[in-house]
Design a protein around this ligand. Structure first.
Ligand code: SF4
Length: 364
């Protein structure tokens, strides 16, 4: 979606990034004395979810830039850290959890990068391995046309040997990253889905082939890669189409250069269902065989999840027998019945992923 209005929090009006965003977007900044006014205006619109994608607020992150990924104790969690650079997204996926995560959802970008880099320095100096990414509360690479933060982060991670940065995206905005001296401390990651789901549920994103071409370009420049099959959506014929996606994936990338591949079936808080129905009236994704999970999210009935996971894992292993495949937010039964082991037998999921980062990225 096109950004039509640029709001600048009065407290960051002098930040050089505000001028740069204004120039590159071709918009006159609107200085906002109180950001709550913008939130209130949006909340009262008929479609605040679309409105929030067209209005960008540049502001200061007043809380922590580094946050623990909000897992649930009932499911096996990977101990991922979020680098909180901004919120929401210019792309528009029907299932996007961010539509119901923020109230109201609004594009925000935090411009107090000195604070971010200071906090990051302190975290990287702690001596423990961080797996950290910018792609949880926003897409990692939608900001590339306006901000040079990502190259700074890639270069910062290249100056240390313990931790990895993951940039997770559905874009192909890799141009400014290809020539960087990343030292394999940055993992370029793409969310993948079938062409049918991309075409019908992921408005404004790039095609599967475009994502894979971008991944191959990054691989050619030495970047390690990751892929996320999330959300896996069940529909008639989906098995064959997911299989084709996996066969295509391995025509583009070297299995030995993949740090990890995650899988997660469609899940959503009940509050998201009416939003999807209102904004994506042709979408059938909310009409599956769902149960309410112990985290109160709607999920496919467990045997259905296990069946598709087992198939996808088998197709991945056919091409990449040694790839680290894991689940985002599943329980031990699903792990054992789909992958044949519990992460506990490998020292736990965080240890499994740390080990992959060491093996493929060379951190220690
Ligand atoms: S690309 Fe990711 S963050 Fe953006 S709308 Fe889609 S699911 Fe949400």
């Amino acid at each position: 979606m096109t950004i039509t209005h640029l709001y600048v929090d009065r407290t960051v009006a002098d930040n050089s990034l505000a001028a740069r965003f204004a120039e590159r977007l071709g918009l006159t900044p609107i200085i906002v004395p109180d950001t709550r006014q913008l939130y209130d205006t949006l909340k009262n619109e008929a479609d605040p979810w679309s409105g929030g994608k067209q209005r960008l607020l540049l502001t200061r992150n007043q809380g922590a830039f580094i946050r623990q990924c909000p897992g649930t104790k009932e499911y096996i969690c990977c101990d991922y850290q979020i680098l909180h650079i901004g919120t929401y997204c210019t792309m528009d996926c029907a299932y996007c959890i961010l539509q119901s995560y923020f109230h109201p959802p609004v594009l925000q970008y935090f411009v107090n990068h000195e604070d971010l880099l200071r906090e990051l320095d302190a975290a990287l100096d702690q001596g423990r391995t961080l797996r950290i990414g910018t792609g949880e509360f926003t897409d990692s690479l939608i900001w590339e046309a306006w901000s040079d933060l990502t190259p700074l982060l890639v270069e910062r991670f290249a100056r240390q040997d313990r931790s990895v940065l993951e940039l997770k995206t559905k874009t192909t905005a890799i141009g400014d990253l290809l020539d960087l001296d990343h030292r394999r401390r940055t993992i370029m990651a793409w969310s993948l889905n079938t062409p049918r789901i991309i075409a019908t549920q992921e408005r404004g994103t790039t095609s599967l082939k475009a994502r894979l071409r971008a991944a191959a370009q990054c691989q050619d420049r030495g970047y390690p890669l990751a892929f996320h099959f999330d959300p896996i959506v069940l529909y008639p014929g989906c098995e064959n189409e997911y299989r084709q996606v996996i066969d295509t994936l391995f025509q583009y990338v070297d299995p030995g250069n993949i740090v990890w591949i995650s899988m997660g079936t469609l899940r959503f808080m009940p509050a998201l269902q009416p939003v999807i129905q209102q904004r994506f009236p042709d979408s059938a994704i909310v009409h599956g065989e769902f149960i309410t999970g112990i985290d109160n999210k709607m999920r496919y009935f467990k045997p259905l999840r296990i069946d598709i996971y087992r198939r996808i894992a088998g197709w991945i292993r056919h091409h990449a027998p040694n790839a680290t495949v894991y689940f985002c937010m599943e329980d031990e039964t699903v792990w054992c019945n789909s992958l044949g082991f519990s992460p506990d037998t490998h020292g736990g999921l965080p240890a499994m992923l740390d080990q992959s980062a060491r093996r493929v990225c060379g951190v220690h």
